[in-house]
Design a protein. Structure first.
Lengths: 337, 324
C-alpha cells in the first residue's frame, strides 16, 4: 500500500493555540491518571477504558472545533468529552457513581455525555455511533446550521458493518462528518493487523468509498490540529466527509482489568518514547516558550484535577429515585396506565 | 369521511405530518420514487421532494443510526425498515442506542423517532419475511410499540407516533395493507396508549392486536350465533399499554382470551395474562386462554401458513370450547 504517514505541518501554529493544545493534553493525561488511581483505591467501580497516550487526537480535534459542533466517541471517551469543555468534576463523579455525576450515576464511565458542550455521547457497542454521527451531520446539513460532526473510534471498529454502512451513507449524502480512527494497534487484546485484510485498517479502506486515504501521526498534536482544521473546514464548506487514521498507542491495558501483557516490551518502549505529551513539551521549549510557562500549565492542570476529585469524592451517592426516571420524555418510566 | 385502504392511510398520515412540521423527514429503502415496496408511501416523493423523502442504501444500521442522530439534533425522522424481520440486522441500533440513550444520559437526549415496518404473515413469503415480532420491541425498555388494525388508526396512530417525543416502533401488518375503511377527513390524530372496545358482549373478552382484530371480530359474530356474547378489545398500543380498559372489560365479562399473531413464547398476551391474574384474579370465572401462532418460524406454503396463524375458525373453536 502506498499510504504514507504525514509529516508535521510546515506552517506555524500560533502560540496561544499551541499552549491551548498542551494544556488540554496535560489535563486529559492527569484526569486519566487520577481515574486510574481512584480505581486502585476501589472508588471507581465497574470498568473504565483510559485513553492515556491518545491525548493528541482529542486535543487536536477539540481545539479545531466550533463550540456547536458535535462529538461522538466511544467508551474510551473521557478525554473527548472533557476536551469539549464538559465539567471535570461531573465526569469524575460519574466514574465514582455519585449523584453529582454528569449522568447522575445512570451512565457511568463508558457513556459520558454533555450535550450542552456538543459532546453527544460515548457509545459502547463497537461501531454504533458512526451511523448516529452521520445522522447528526445529516440534520446539520438539512437545517443548514453549519455544524460538523466528528466521530472517534478505534481500529477494531473498522471491521464491523456499521463502519462501512456509515461511510457509504456519509459519502452519498455528502454529509458534514469527520470519521477519526484512533489506531492504537489493538482491539482489546488482539493486534489489529492479525485480523484485518489491509495494513492500515481505515486509510486503506478509504478509496473504497471514494475518499482520500489519510494516515497521520496521532501522537503529534500539531499534525492532529492541522488535519482537524482541514477536514472540519472541508465538511463545513460542503465538501463532504473524511476518514482519518491516526496512529497511536494506549499506554495501559484495554480496560482497568487488563495489565496488557500481550504487548512486546520493545513495542511498548518504542511507543512510550513517542509520548504525545512529553514530545509536545519538548517542542514548545524548543520553540522558545519558557519552562516557567510550561510548568505553570502543568501545575494548573494538577490543581484542576485535584479540585474535581475533591468535588466528586464529596458528592452524595446516586439516589434510587433515578432508577425510574427519564425512560421517556415526560421524565418517567410508566409503560401502562 | 373518505374510504381509504390501509396503505393509503399510511401515506396520508405521513403526508399530514410532513405538511404540518418541516422537521419531519422520511427515509428508507425504495421509499422515494418507487413509493415503497408495499406502495404504502406513494405520492410522498412527488409532493415533498427528494430531500425530505430519501432513498437509502440497503444499510439498516445506517438507516436507524442516521435517523437517531438526526432525531437527537432537531429532526423528527421517520425511518422505514422494509420487513420487520430485518429489524434483526439493526437491533443494536434500536435496542441499545435508540432505546437506552435518553435513560443513560438521564434525559440529556430526546429521540423523537418513528420506525415503521411491515410486519407479520399471510403473504406466503416464508419464515424470513413473515414473522410477527412486536413482542421483541415490547421487551425493550425505552421503546413505544404501536400496531393499528384499521385504516383510520393507521393514519391517526401514525400521526400520533410522529408527534410523540419518544421513539416509536410502528408495526404495519402486511395482511392489512389492502383493507379498506373509513378515515376521518381533515387532520386526524389519535392518542397512543388507548385500547379500543370494538364490540360489546357480556360473556367473555377477546383482546387482539392488528390483523388479529378483524379475525376476532368475525369470530365474535360466529360465537354470537352460538349464544356467546364476546367483547373485542383492540390493543392498538402495546407500550404504553392501556391496562385500565382491558382490566375493566375482563372484570365485566369474567373471561379473557388473547389472539396473538406472534409465536407463542413471551407474546404480549403472556404479559397481559400476568397482569390480569395479579390484579383481577377474583373476577375471573375461568382460565385465561392465549390463542397464538405455535412456537415455530412461519412456513411458506399457503395451507401451512394459514393453519399456523390464528384463524377465525380456531378462535371460535377455542373460545367455544373453553366457555362450555
Ligand atoms: C459490537 C461489539 N463487539 C465487541 C465488543 C467488546 N469490545 C469492547 S471494546 C473492544 C475493542 C475495540 O477495539 P477498537 O475499536 O480498536 O477500540 P479501542 O478499545 O482500541 O479504543 C471490544 C471487542 C463491543 N463493545 N461491541
Ligand atoms: Mg484499538
Amino acid at each position: 500500500m502506498s499510504t504514507r504517514v504525514e509529516k508535521p505541518p510546515a506552517a506555524e501554529i500560533d502560540r496561544p493555540t499551541r499552549l491551548q493544545l498542551y494544556q488540554l493534553m496535560v489535563e486529559l493525561r492527569d484526569f486519566e491518571q487520577r481515574a486510574y488511581e481512584l480505581f486502585l483505591e476501589n472508588l471507581v467501580r465497574g470498568t473504565s477504558h483510559l485513553a492515556l497516550g491518545q491525548e493528541a487526537i482529542s486535543a487536536g480535534y477539540a481545539v479545531a472545533m466550533r463550540a456547536d459542533d458535535y462529538t461522538f466517541c466511544t467508551y474510551r471517551g473521557h478525554g473527548h468529552t472533557l476536551a469539549r469543555g464538559a465539567s471535570m468534576a461531573a465526569a469524575m463523579a460519574e466514574l465514582l457513581g455519585r449523584g453529582n455525576g454528569m449522568l447522575h450515576g445512570k451512565g457511568g464511565s463508558m457513556h459520558l455525555t454533555d450535550v450542552r458542550h456538543g459532546a453527544m455521547g460515548s457509545y459502547a457497542i463497537v461501531g454504533a455511533h458512526l451511523p448516529i454521527a452521520a445522522g447528526a451531520a445529516w440534520s446539520a446539513q438539512v437545517r443548514k446550521s453549519g455544524q460538523v460532526a466528528v466521530c472517534f473510534f478505534g481500529d477494531g471498529t473498522t471491521n464491523i458493518g456499521a463502519f462501512h454502512e456509515a461511510l457509504n451513507l456519509a459519502v452519498i449524502w455528502k454529509l458534514p462528518v469527520v470519521f477519526v480512527c484512533e489506531n492504537n494497534q489493538y482491539m482489546e487484546y488482539t493486534p489489529i493487523r492479525s485480523v484485518t485484510a489491509v495494513e492500515h485498517p481505515a486509510a486503506d479502506r478509504a478509496s473504497a468509498y471514494g475518499l482520500e486515504p489519510i494516515l497521520v501521526d496521532g501522537n503529534d498534536a500539531d499534525v492532529m490540529y492541522e488535519r482537524a482544521r482541514q477536514t472540519i473546514d472541508m465538511a463545513r464548506n460542503g465538501g463532504g466527509p473524511s476518514l482519518v487514521e491516526a496512529l497511536t498507542y494506549r499506554h495501559g491495558g484495554h480496560s482497568r482489568a487488563d495489565p496488557a501483557k500481550y504487548r512486546p516490551d520493545a513495542e511498548v518502549r518504542e511507543w512510550l518514547s513517542r509520548d504525545p505529551v512529553t514530545r509536545y513539551r519538548e517542542r514548545l521549549l524548543a520553540a522558545g516558550i519558557g519552562e516557567a510557562e510550561v510548568n505553570e500549565i502543568e501545575t494548573r492542570a494538577q490543581q484542576k484535577v485535584d479540585a474535581a476529585t475533591e468535588e466528586a469524592r464529596n458528592g452524595a451517592p446516586a439516589t434510587v429515585d433515578a432508577i425510574e426516571r427519564q425512560v421517556w420524555s415526560d421524565g418517567g418510566a410508566a409503560w401502562r396506565n | 369521511m373518505a374510504e381509504l385502504t390501509f396503505r393509503e392511510a399510511i401515506a396520508a398520515g405521513i403526508a399530514q405530518e410532513m405538511e404540518r412540521d418541516p422537521m419531519v423527514y422520511f427515509i428508507g429503502e425504495d421509499v422515494g420514487a418507487a413509493g415503497g415496496v408495499f406502495k404504502a408511501t406513494v405520492g410522498l416523493f412527488e409532493r415533498f421532494g427528494p430531500d425530505r423523502v430519501r432513498d437509502t442504501p440497503i444499510s439498516e444500521q445506517a438507516i436507524i443510526g442516521a435517523a437517531m442522530g438526526a432525531a437527537m439534533t432537531g429532526l423528527r425522522p421517520i425511518a422505514e425498515i422494509m420487513f420487520s424481520d430485518f429489524l434483526a440486522t439493526c437491533w443494536d441500533m434500536i435496542a441499545n442506542q435508540v432505546a437506552k440513550t435518553r435513560y443513560m444520559t438521564d434525559g440529556q437526549v430526546s429521540i423523537p423517532l418513528v420506525i415503521r415496518t411491515a410486519n407479520g404473515g399471510g403473504t406466503r413469503f416464508g419464515a424470513q419475511h413473515s414473522q410477527s415480532l412486536e413482542n421483541w420491541a415490547m421487551a425493550v425498555p425505552g421503546l413505544k410499540v404501536v400496531a393499528p388494525s384499521t385504516p383510520a388508526d393507521a393514519k391517526g396512530l401514525l400521526a400520533a407516533a410522529i408527534r410523540d417525543p419518544d421513539p416509536v416502533i410502528f408495526f404495519e401488518q402486511k395482511s392489512l395493507y389492502g383493507v379498506k375503511g373509513e378515515v376521518p377527513d381533515g387532520e386526524h390524530v389519535e392518542r397512543l396508549g388507548e385500547a379500543k372496545v370494538r364490540r360489546d358482549g357480556k360473556d367473555c373478552t377477546i383482546v387482539a392486536l392488528a390483523a388479529m382484530v378483524p379475525k376476532a371480530m368475525q369470530a365474535a359474530e360466529q360465537l354470537a350465533a352460538d349464544g356467546i356474547q364476546a367483547t373485542v378489545v383492540d390493543v392498538r398500543s402495546l407500550v404504553p399499554l392501556d391496562t385500565r380498559t382491558i382490566l375493566r372489560e375482563v372484570v365485566k365479562t369474567g373471561r379473557l382470551f388473547t389472539v396473538e399473531e406472534n409465536p407463542r413464547l413471551c407474546g404480549w398476551g403472556a404479559e397481559l395474562a400476568s397482569i390480569v391474574a395479579d390484579e383481577c384474579f377474583d373476577d375471573l370465572d375461568g382460565p385465561i386462554v392465549r390463542i397464538t401462532t405455535p412456537h415455530v418460524p412461519l412456513p411458506a406454503a399457503d395451507i401451512l401458513e394459514d393453519a399456523a396463524m390464528p384463524s377465525v375458525e380456531r378462535i371460535t373453536r377455542t373460545v367455544r370450547g373453553s366457555m362450555r
